[in-house]
Write a protein that binds this ligand. Structure first.
Ligand SMILES: NC(=O)c1ccc[n+]([C@@H]2O[C@H](COP(=O)([O-])OP(=O)(O)OC[C@H]3O[C@@H](n4cnc5c(N)ncnc54)[C@H](OP(=O)(O)O)[C@@H]3O)[C@@H](O)[C@H]2O)c1
Length: 253
């Protein structure tokens, strides 16, 4: 990243990604937006054994939603499931073991889930990693790409038919700028960090259709790129990326 981008990113993050930034944004939230019931709806959350994924799963279970926790580590997954069931009294908490970096396993998972379930209302792609040194998997894929990009693409495409059976289907994809490691005690709480993904998953008012593909922060759509940072891609580049993801999706079937 260029020095300019680093400076802009740091200034923006210091103002917006902190607890203070959340408090300022929350002044504009509608107080009763999260007073919703989720009974009868099913939600899948990847990377749900810790952090903001677990928090979101817990908040949805509290509201009566069925939650499907997708976790790679059975021990951590079972612990999160037990914690959510105990805290909410819900028995509609299901654990699925899946490593999102393994494309063949992601395909197998979506096939099995589709056979065993009639619909899915909301998919939250939250699992993510940030491996700092280049790590190639046995299948030749780079670890961050395999987990954050291809895994997300395959699970989403694989569950689309099931999502289409919902009257109000949603797919939420969590992004990161890795800013939280630099924030020290100004860091948001887990609840503050999880707020927008929970809101996007459960709020009723989204039914007045929002266009797909928006980038949300603190419950409002925001710019996808930093000002003057030259990070924009052309429509042609975006098309090429999606075609490459589709090709890899087929290749690993
Ligand atoms: N917290 C924030 O304020 C914040 C801010 C910006 C973005 N984010 C993004 O939000 C997401 C969650 O972050 P977090 O802060 O809650 O961190 P976290 O506690 O480390 O959560 C990441 C989750 O993803 C799981 N995961 C990683 N690789 C996986 C794989 N190959 N297969 C399945 N699960 C995998 C982890 O499982 P293990 O426990 O097994 O490692 C963990 O449950 C990430 O995508 C992160 O980049 C968070």
């Amino acid at each position: 990243m260029s020095l300019f981008r680093n400076v802009v990113w740091f200034m923006k993050g210091s103002k917006e990604y902190t607890s203070g930034g959340y408090a300022a944004a929350a002044k504009h939230f509608k107080a009763d937006d999260l007073d919703v019931k989720c009974d009868g709806k099913s939600f899948m959350i990847t990377g749900a054994n810790s952090g903001i994924g677990k928090e979101t799963a817990l908040e949805i279970a509290k509201r009566g939603g069925t939650v499907h926790l997708v976790c790679r580590n059975p021990q951590y997954g079972e612990a999160a499931k037990a914690e959510i069931m105990e805290a909410t009294g819900s028995s509609n908490v299901h654990l699925h073991i899946l490593d999102m970096s393994q494309p063949k396993s992601v395909h197998a998972f979506t096939r099995k889930f589709g056979e065993e379930n009639e619909k899915l209302d909301v998919l939250i792609n939250n699992a993510g990693c940030m491996v700092n040194t280049r790590e190639l998997q046995e299948d030749g894929l780079e670890k961050n790409f395999a987990t954050n990009t291809l895994g997300t693409h395959i699970i989403t495409v694989g569950l689309i038919d099931l999502l289409k059976k919902s009257s109000d289907p949603r797919v939420v994809i969590v992004s990161s700028g890795n800013f939280h490691t630099k924030m020290g005690d100004k860091l948001r709480t887990v609840g503050q960090g999880a707020d927008t993904m929970l809101w996007l998953a459960v709020v009723d008012s989204l039914k007045e259709k929002q266009p797909s593909g928006q980038f949300w922060q603190d419950r409002v759509p925001v710019a996808k790129h930093l000002p003057l940072a030259w990070t924009k891609s052309s429509a042609e580049e975006e098309k090429k990326l999606m075609e490459s993801l589709d090709t890899l999706t087929e290749q690993f079937k």
